[in-house]
Design a protein around this ligand. Structure first.
Ligand code: AKB
Length: 348
């Protein structure tokens, strides 16, 4: 029988007989972004539409998701509005997903600090007051040029050279702080670039790995903003959603780390992804027009992470590699784009 118990400082914890946690009433802050919209779908499917409350700063996209359950248009820094929602819906778990991504953050440094840090602080304070668990995504962007580049360890040097990275390291530390000081059940993973056929990313360094599939289907060619040999960790969305849910349901007794677990599933460069696309679209071509901002960010990040802690502590086990993801992406993007491709003679 599932039970609810109270932890040492008053945190309400819902547990299955096997010791795993389960969530009853979930709030997603930043629910209409790339990650949020697919985590929202998966959580609504698993826990019920009315048990998963969504908020976002905008309400002019994804009507279907907005209308499938409770939704509020709220700025992630609006403490009063979020506290009211948490109280009224008896929220026990918050997914805090509102953030500016790396390339946007380099262009809007102060806004990135404000949204990424004050947004997270608002959620953590509400979680402390109302005794909620919190999921916060960190990123491969929390590493920098002095971090070991290959098989980057779980616990290692973190001296990022981007504003996004600065906010991600600060966020990891803040979440650890709230756990140790206030017993808030904070958990999280360091996501790589996320690839999805449903919701486009926005303002990230790794966005090319989504754009390339759309360009391949529509035009059989792609002009890439990163150099052909730039290796980065990437992950297909179903695995990312699985990580975000699985880490929150993990038995806390088994967690030695809490926030910022390295999670890896594949590492590739633009030349690699182009080669895999060519196995489906033989005349696909890739050309390069390097964006210096994105290239500098990518050069400062690891090539590939080591993720032993996540595998041992909560059973992280990704399903997709570059071959299976490419087949799935091209099938989904192709199904949406029935107009067919045309040879690439014009610019992207
Ligand atoms: C970005 O490129 O900024 C993100 C990330 C790796 O965190 N996708």
């Amino acid at each position: 029988m599932n039970t609810s118990i109270v932890s040492r400082r008053g945190l309400l914890v819902n547990k299955t007989p096997a010791g795993e946690q389960f969530m009853k009433h979930i709030l997603i802050v930043g629910a209409l972004g790339q990650l949020g919209s697919e985590i929202a779908l998966a959580l609504r499917r698993k826990y019920g539409d009315n048990s998963v409350v969504l908020t976002d700063i905008r309400d002019d996209i994804n009507r279907q998701l907005i209308e499938s359950g409770p939704f509020y248009k709220v700025d992630c820094r609006d403490a009063k509005a979020l506290a009211d929602i948490v109280q009224n819906h008896h929220i026990d778990t918050v997914y805090h997903l509102a953030a500016l991504l790396s390339a946007t953050a380099e262009r809007s440094v102060q806004a990135a600090w404000d949204i990424n840090m004050n947004g997270l602080m608002t959620t953590l304070e509400i979680a402390r007051t109302f005794r909620c668990a919190v999921f916060t995504p960190s990123s491969i962007g929390s590493f920098g040029p002095s971090t070991p580049k290959r098989f980057t360890p779980q616990d290692t040097i973190q001296r990022p050279t981007t504003m996004y990275g600065v906010t991600k390291v600060a966020g990891e530390l803040l979440c650890d702080y709230y756990y140790h000081k206030y017993d808030v059940d904070t958990r999280g993973v360091r996501f790589p670039g996320i690839i999805s056929s449903m919701t486009p990313p926005g303002g990230g360094t790794t966005d090319y790995a989504v754009e390339i599939y759309y360009a391949a289907v529509a035009k059989h060619c792609y002009e890439c903003p990163l150099a052909g040999d730039t290796y980065l960790d990437m992950m297909y969305m179903p695995d990312a959603v699985d990580a975000a849910i699985r880490v929150m349901e993990a038995d806390p007794a088994k967690l030695r780390h809490r926030n910022a677990f390295n999670v890896a599933s594949m590492s590739f460069c633009p030349e690699d992804i182009a080669a895999y696309i060519r196995t489906h679209i033989p005349d696909f071509t890739i050309t390069y027009r390097i964006d210096p901002v994105r290239q500098a960010i990518a050069n400062s990040w690891p090539d590939c992470l080591e993720d032993y802690a996540a595998r041992v502590e909560w059973g992280w086990n990704p399903k997709y590699d570059l071959a299976s993801m490419t087949a799935d992406m091209l099938a989904h993007v192709g199904a949406r784009n029935q107009t067919g491709g045309s040879p690439c003679s014009q610019t992207n």
